[in-house]
Write a protein that binds this ligand. Structure first.
Ligand code: 26Q
Length: 831
C-alpha cells in the first residue's frame, strides 16, 4: 500500500471527530480518506454518496492488490498448479459488501462511514450490479471464484468485460421491456486495466502450407482482421485468509496498428467506423440462456476471449517453466459449458503451428489440460456451429476440428467396426451438403479428460442418454459434481440477522465449513431459539414488503406465507403451473370466503430471453392475474400475487431471506441442477418441488418430512411420453383445471380481451411439452399441505431450522474441492 503518501496528506484530512468517541483513525479509515482526495478528487464536505462508495472501494482495492501480489509470490515459490476457469459469464453482482466482509473490515468501514454522516448499508446501495451473466451458470462461476479464493486454491477466472451486461427488465402494462444495462457509466473502481498485457486476436483470412528447412510441414494462418484484447483484472478475495485471485475480463479494442488499409487509402471515416465495429465484440452479453442461436458475433466473442486467455496462460507458463510440455503439470483449464470449447482447437493450433509440437504430443498435452462441465440436457440449448460460419471466421480451427474428428472416429471404428450409426452419433460433425454443423458438446467430450454434470440425476441422464456412446467408450470420463453456493454471500451477507443467530448458537465455523450447520439440529427443539428465528424471518419479510410496496405499489402482509419463485422464465421451469394454481386457489377462496385459508403472498421474478415468445407471455399472464386478484377485496387478506421486476443478484439477496416457500417445480429431468433451490433452503425456506436436479439431493439431505415433493418422477415422465401424453385428458378429469383455464380464456383477467392468451392456452391444451397439466393436481395437493403446515408456526419453524442444518453439502466450497481433487489436481496454497 502507498505508505509513502500518508505523511503528506494525513495533516489535511482526518475523520470527523465523533463528539462522544475519541479515536485515532484506523489505517483503513485513513486509506479511505486518502482515496477520497487522491483517487476521487473530492473534499469530504462535498462528497456525494457515490463518492463515498468510490473512496471505500478504492481503499479496499488497494488491499486486494496487496494480497494478490502475496498470493502470486506464494504460488510461484511453491510452483503450485493453478486452474483457469473459462466462462462466458461471471454473474458477480455487487462487490463492496462482499469485499468488506471477506477482508474483515466491517467494523472499521462502518465507523469511517458513520463519521462521514452516512450508514454503511446506504453506501452499498450505490453500487451497480456487475450482471455479466444470464442466470445459474454465470452465478455458479462467481460462487466458485469465492470458494476457490476462500480455500486458497490458485485460480484465475477468464471472461469478457461486457460493456452492457444482462438487460434491465422494465414492466409496462404487464409486458417485459428490455433496457440496456450501462453498468460502467460511472466507471468501475474494482478493475485494474493492463493495456501493456494486451493480446492480438485474429479472425478470418486464409491458411497456407509451407515446407520448413527441416522438411516439416509448416502451417501459417493469416487472419484478415486482428483485434486487441485488453485485460482488466478484478480481484476476488478469500474469506479472511489474505488470498486474492484474479478474474481477467477481456475488453475488445480496435487495432489500428493492424488494419491500416483504409487509413493508407485515405478513407479516414471508413477506417474509424471499422474500428468501432471491432469493438462491438465485447459490447453486450447475449441474453438467451437456453437457445443457442448461431450468431456470428457470439462465435466471435467466444474465440476472442478464448484466444486471449490461452495466449496469457501459455505466456505465463513459458515465463515460469520455459517449455510447454509441462503444461498439464502446472495448468488446468476448465470449460464452463461448451461456450469456450473453441479453446480445444486453439490450444492445438498454438502447440502445432506456433510451438512446433507433433500431433500426438500436442493432443496429449491438450486433453490432459482441459475439463468440461455440461449444464443442460435440452437439445435446443446445445451449441452447433454452422461450418460455413465457423470456417469463415476460423479457417485453421475448422481444419483442426476435421483432423480431431478423423482420428477420433478411427478410434471408434476400431472399437466398433462397421457401426455407421454409432459413428454418425458420435461424430463432431452433423448434417452435410450446405447444412453441416460442428457439435461443440462432442468436441468437448473428445478433447477433455473429464466431463461432468452438475447434479446426480443430471449426470446419470448424461450417461444414459445424451452422452451414452461416449460413456460406453470412456466409462471413467463422465462424473458428477453437484453444484453448490457460497454461504458467505448467500447467508452471511444476504441475511446478517440469521447469520448472527446461527453464529451465536454454534460458532462461526460454518462460514468456511458448512457441514458445521448440523450443530443446529438440537436448537430446532428449543422454543426460544425458534421464536428468535421466526422473528428474524418476519423482519426480513417486512423489509421485502417495503421494497415491493415502493417498487410496484403492491401491499403485502409480512405475516402471510411468502411463496416465491425466482429464476429465468422458461416453459420447463413451469412458472405457468404456479400462476394457474394461484388462480385455482383464488376460485376456491371465492367459493368459500370463510374457509380456513392460510394467507399467502405469491411472488415471482425473472427475465425472459427477448426473443422467447412463450416466456414473455407467461410474464404478461402473471401480471394480468396479479392485477385481477389483487383488486378483489373478497380475497384481499388471503391471497396476493406480485411480479417483482428486474430480478438479479442484488434483488435475490433481498428475496431469499424473506421467503417461506421455495418453488422448484420444473418437469422432472429438465433442470440440470438449480442453485436457487440451495439459496432458499440455506435461508430457511421450505422447498415445494419435483424430483428434479439437485432437489433430489436436497430432499435426501433434509429428509422427506421437511419439504414438499410432488409430481411425476423422471422415469414416470419418460414413460408417459413414450405412451403418448394427452394433455386434454387431464382437463377433462379435473373440474378445477377446467375452471381455471376457462377463466383465462374468458378474458376476465385480461380487460375482457379473450384472445390475449389463446395461443398460450392452445399450446398448453394441444402439446403441453412440460406436462403442466399432468402434474397440476399433485402440485395443488402439495401446496395445500404446505399451507396447512405453515399455519402451525412452531412446526414450520422447526422444519426451517432443520433445512438449514442439513445444507452443509450444498456449499460451493465442497463443489470446488471435488473439482480440485478429482478433476484439476490442484491443492491449496500453504498458509
Ligand atoms: C448459448 C448460445 C448462444 C447464446 C447464449 C447461450 C447460453 C447462455 C447461457 C446458453 C446457456 C446459458 C446458461 C445456462 C444456465 O444457466 N444453465 C443452468 O446452469 C446452472 C448451473 O449449473 C444449473 O443449476 C441450472 O439447472 C442450469 O439451467
Amino acid at each position: 500500500m502507498a505508505k509513502n503518501k500518508k505523511d503528506t496528506t494525513a495533516n489535511k484530512i482526518e475523520p470527523d471527530q465523533d463528539p462522544g468517541a475519541s479515536h485515532t483513525p484506523s489505517s483503513f479509515a485513513t486509506d479511505c480518506l486518502d482515496a477520497l482526495r487522491l483517487a476521487v478528487g473530492r473534499e469530504r464536505e462535498d462528497a456525494t454518496p457515490y463518492d463515498r462508495y468510490l473512496a471505500l472501494a478504492t481503499a479496499i482495492r488497494g488491499r486486494q492488490l496487496d494480497a494478490w501480489l502475496d498470493t502470486e509470490a506464494r504460488r510461484r515459490d511453491a510452483s503450485a498448479k493453478r486452474v483457469h476457469y473459462l466462462s462466458l459469464e461471471f454473474l458477480v453482482g455487487r462487490s463492496l459488501q462482499n469485499a468488506v466482509l471477506n477482508l474483515g473490515l466491517e467494523g472499521e468501514a462502518r465507523v469511517g462511514i458513520n463519521a462521514l454522516g452516512m450508514v454503511l448499508e446506504d453506501v452499498y446501495e450505490e453500487e451497480h450490479d456487475a450482471a455479466l451473466g444470464n442466470g445459474g451458470l454465470g452465478r455458479l462461476a462467481a460462487c466458485f471464484l469465492d470458494a476457490l479464493a476462500t480455500q486458497g486454491y490458485p485460480a484465475v477466472g477468464h471472461g469478457i468485460r461486457y460493456e452492457y451486461g444482462m438487460f434491465r427488465q422494465e414492466i409496462r402494462d404487464g409486458v417485459q421491456l428490455e433496457r440496456p444495462d450501462n453498468w460502467l457509466y460511472r466507471g468501475n473502481p474494482w478493475e485494474t486495466p493492463r493495456p501493456d498485457e494486451r493480446v492480438a486476436v485474429g479472425f478470418g483470412g486464409h491458411v497456407e502450407y509451407h515446407t520448413g528447412d527441416d522438411g516439416r510441414l509448416q502451417v501459417v494462418w493469416s487472419p484478415a482482421t486482428t483485434v486487441w484484447a485488453v485485460p482488466h483484472i478484478t480481484l476476488v478475495p478469500g474469506w479472511r485468509n489474505g488470498v486474492s485471485n484474479p478474474l481477467v475480463l477481456w475488453d475488445a479494442a480496435s487495432s489500428d496498428d493492424f488494419n491500416l488499409g483504409y487509413f493508407n487509402d485515405g478513407d479516414y471515416i471508413r477506417a474509424v467506423e471499422d474500428k468501432a465495429h471491432d469493438e462491438t465484440i465485447s459490447k453486450v452479453l447475449y441474453p438467451g440462456d437456453a437457445n443457442a442461436a448461431g450468431k456470428a458475433l457470439r462465435l466471435k466473442q467466444q474465440y476472442f476471449f478464448v484466444a486471449a486467455s490461452l495466449a496469457r496462460i501459455l505466456n505465463e507458463h513459458l515465463t515460469e517453466e520455459g517449455a510447454l510440455d509441462t503444461l498439464p503439470e502446472r495448468v488446468a483449464i476448465h470449460l464452463n459449458d461448451t461456450h469456450p470449447v473453441v479453446a480445444i482447437p486453439e490450444l492445438m493450433r498454438l502447440l502445432l503451428d506456433e510451438h512446433g509440437f507433433g500431433w500426438e504430443a500436442a493432443w496429449d498435452i491438450s486433453t490432459r489440460t482441459f475439463a468440461y462441465t455440461n449444464h443442460t440436457l435440452m437439445p435446443e440449448a446445445l451449441e452447433r456451429w454452422d461450418v460455413g460460419l465457423f470456417g469463415g471466421l476460423l479457417p485453421r480451427h475448422l481444419e483442426l476440428c476435421y483432423e480431431i474428428n478423423r482420428r477420433f472416429l478411427r478410434e471408434v471404428s476400431q472399437r466398433w467396426p462397421r457401426d455407421g450409426e454409432r459413428l454418425a452419433r458420435m461424430s463432431i460433425f452433423e448434417g452435410g451438403e450446405g447444412d453441416k454443423r460442428i457439435r461443440m458438446a462432442n468436441l468437448a467430450l473428445v478433447g477433455s479428460h473429464s466431463v461432468n454434470g452438475v447434479a446426480a440425476l443430471h449426470s446419470e441422464l448424461l450417461r444414459r442418454d445424451l452422452f451414452r456412446d461416449f460413456h460406453e467408450l470412456w466409462p471413467s470420463k463422465l462424473r458428477n459434481i453437484t453444484n453448490g453456493v457460497t454461504q458467505r454471500r448467500w447467508l452471511r451477507q444476504a441475511n446478517p440477522a440469521l447469520a448472527t443467530l446461527i453464529t451465536e448458537a454454534i460458532g462461526e465455523r460454518w462460514l468456511t465449513d458448512l457441514e458445521a450447520l448440523t450443530e443446529l439440529v438440537p436448537h430446532a427443539e428449543d422454543a426460544a431459539f425458534r421464536e428468535t428465528w421466526s422473528g428474524i424471518k418476519r423482519l426480513n419479510a417486512h423489509v421485502l414488503a417495503e421494497y415491493v410496496s415502493d417498487r410496484i405499489q403492491v401491499d403485502i402482509d409480512p405475516a402471510s406465507l411468502f411463496d416465491v419463485q425466482v429464476k429465468r422464465i422458461h416453459e420447463y421451469k413451469r412458472q405457468l403451473m404456479n400462476v394457474l394454481r394461484v388462480l385455482a386457489q383464488y376460485l376456491r377462496i371465492k367459493d368459500d370466503p370463510n374457509g380456513d385459508w392460510t394467507p399467502r403472498t405469491v411472488l415471482l421474478a425473472g427475465k425472459a430471453a427477448p426473443g422467447y415468445w412463450a416466456a414473455k407471455e407467461i410474464i404478461r399472464l402473471t401480471n394480468d392475474v396479479a392485477r385481477f386478484i389483487n383488486a378483489d377485496p373478497a380475497t384481499n387478506g388471503l391471497l396476493k400475487l406480485a411480479f417483482i421486476p428486474d430480478y438479479g443478484v442484488s434483488l435475490a439477496e433481498r428475496i431469499f431471506p424473506a421467503s417461506d416457500l421455495s418453488e422448484q417445480i420444473s418437469t422432472a429431468g429438465t433442470e440440470a441442477s438449480g442453485t436457487g433451490n440451495m439459496k432458499f433452503a440455506l435461508n430457511g425456506a421450505l422447498t415445494i418441488g419435483t424430483l428434479d436436479g439437485a432437489n433430489i439431493e436436497i430432499a435426501e439431505a433434509v429428509g422427506a418430512r421437511n419439504l414438499f415433493i410432488f409430481g411425476l418422477s423422471e422415469p414416470e415422465v419418460r414413460e408417459l411420453r413414450v405412451a403418448g401424453y394427452r394433455p386434454r385428458d387431464h382437463v377433462e378429469s379435473n373440474a378445477e383445471i377446467r375452471r381455471v383455464l376457462d377463466l383465462v380464456i374468458s378474458g376476465a383477467i385480461s380487460d375482457g380481451d379473450a384472445s390475449r392468451y389463446s395461443a398460450l392456452m392452445d399450446n398448453l391444451l394441444d402439446w403441453d411439452p412440460y406436462l403442466v397439466l399432468a402434474d397440476f393436481a399433485s402440485y395443488s395437493d402439495a401446496q395445500d399441505e404446505a399451507g396447512r403446515c405453515f399455519s402451525d408456526s412452531e412446526r414450520w419453524t422447526r422444519m426451517a431450522i432443520l433445512n438449514v442444518a442439513h445444507m452443509g453439502r450444498f456449499s460451493s466450497d465442497r463443489s470446488v474441492r471435488e473439482y480440485a481433487e478429482g478433476v484439476w489436481g490442484i491443492a491449496p496454497l500453504e498458509v
